[in-house]
Design a protein around this ligand. Sequence first.
Ligand code: AMP
Length: 279
Amino acid sequence: MKVYQTPDEIRSQRWAKPTQSWGLVPTMGSLHEGHLNLVRTARSQNDKVGVSIFINPAQFNNPEDLEKYPRDLKKDLTLLEKEKVDLVWTPTPEIVYPAGFQTHVEVDEITRPLEGAYRLGHFKGVTTVVAKLFNVFQPTKAYFGQKDAQQLFVIERMVKDLNFNLEIVRCPILREPDGLAMSSRNVRLSSAARQQAVCLNQALLSAKDAVKNGETDSEKIKTVISQMIHLNAAAKIDYISIAELDTLNEVKKVRGSVLISLAVYFDDVRLIDNILLGL
Ligand code: AMP
C-alpha cells in the first residue's frame, strides 16, 4: 500500500497502468466498519482501490467540532493495509488549499435545507474538496455512504451537472449491534449519551412503522420521532425532516419515496441519521 501526500504522486500511481479501473473512497479518517464496508465494495468492483484521508477544514462551520474531530492516522493505515488498499492520499490543508486558492464548487437548491441550513458553508466545502479529489484521482467509481444522504445526493448532482467522468456508488448505512449508526464522532459520546443515542434509530424505525400502519401526515410522524428522542435527557434536536428525494423539500403527506432524516446533539456531539422509505 502506497501512502502519498501530493497530487502529482497520486496521479502518477493512478495512471501507471491506464487501463486499470480505480475505486475511490473519500474519508475524514478515524475509520470504522462503515468506512471499511465502502472500501470492501470498492475492492470487489475495481482493479485498484484508493482512499483519501483528509479532515477538510472548509466543511466545518464550527471550529470546536474541527478541533475535537477524532484523528488516528496510524490505526487507519493499518486497517486499510488489511483491506488491501493500493493507494492512500493523506494531504495537508496547505496541499489542498495552497496560498492563493480561490476557486469553489457550489450546488444550489439541494444544499439549502437540512444540513445546509444548520451548517452554513458546509456543502460548499464538501463539493469543492470532492471535486478536487475527483480531479486528482480520476477514479472510475467513487463510493459514498447513505449515512450522509444529503451529501450523497449533492455529490450525485454535482457529478451530473459538471459531467465528471465517473460513477457514484451508493452504500448502505452500517450500524452498531444496538442500531446506532456508525460514526467517527461516536467515540466522543459519554457513556450515558452513547446509551441514549440508540433512540435515533429506534425513532426512525417507529416512523417507518407508523407509515406502514397507514399514517401519512408528516407532522404526526415527526411528533412520534421527537417524543421518542425527548425521552432522553442529553438529546437536543437540530431538525427532523421528511422530504421528497429529488429536491429534499419537506412533504406534508408521505406518498411514494421519502427521506426521513434528523440531526440531534447529545451534549456537544452532533449526530445525524436517516431512513429511506418507499424505495
Ligand atoms: P466521513 O469520514 O465521516 O467523511 O465519511 C466518509 C464516507 O463514509 C462517507 O461517504 C460517509 O457517508 C461514509 N460513512 C460514514 N459512516 C457510515 C456508516 N455508518 N455507514 C455507511 N457509510 C458511512
